[in-house]
Design a binder for this molecule. Structure first.
Ligand SMILES: [Zn+2]
Length: 74
């Protein structure tokens, strides 16, 4: 079994694995990771409605209207 994107929710629109959004002032490491497509930079302003995931395929932001696989104990 390979562990590939198993911890990522799938885009409700196109089904691609979504990319985590990193908030806060981006460091050079953050820019490198964003360029490699590992993360999406969400900017410095965080609101309660800020989404946690973004789809790089169809540019959908999503927060709680998708089913995130639950690997965490309740
Ligand atoms: Zn998508």
């Amino acid at each position: 079994m390979t562990e590939q994107n198993t911890d990522r929710p799938l885009c409700p629109k196109c089904g691609a694995a979504m990319t985590p959004i990193m908030y806060g002032y981006p460091s050079s490491i953050s820019f490198d990771r964003a360029e490699r497509g590992e993360i999406v930079l969400g900017g410095c302003v965080i609101t309660p409605d800020s989404p946690d995931w973004a789809c790089r395929t169809c540019r959908t932001d999503s927060d709680d209207d998708i089913d995130i696989p639950s690997f965490m104990p309740e």
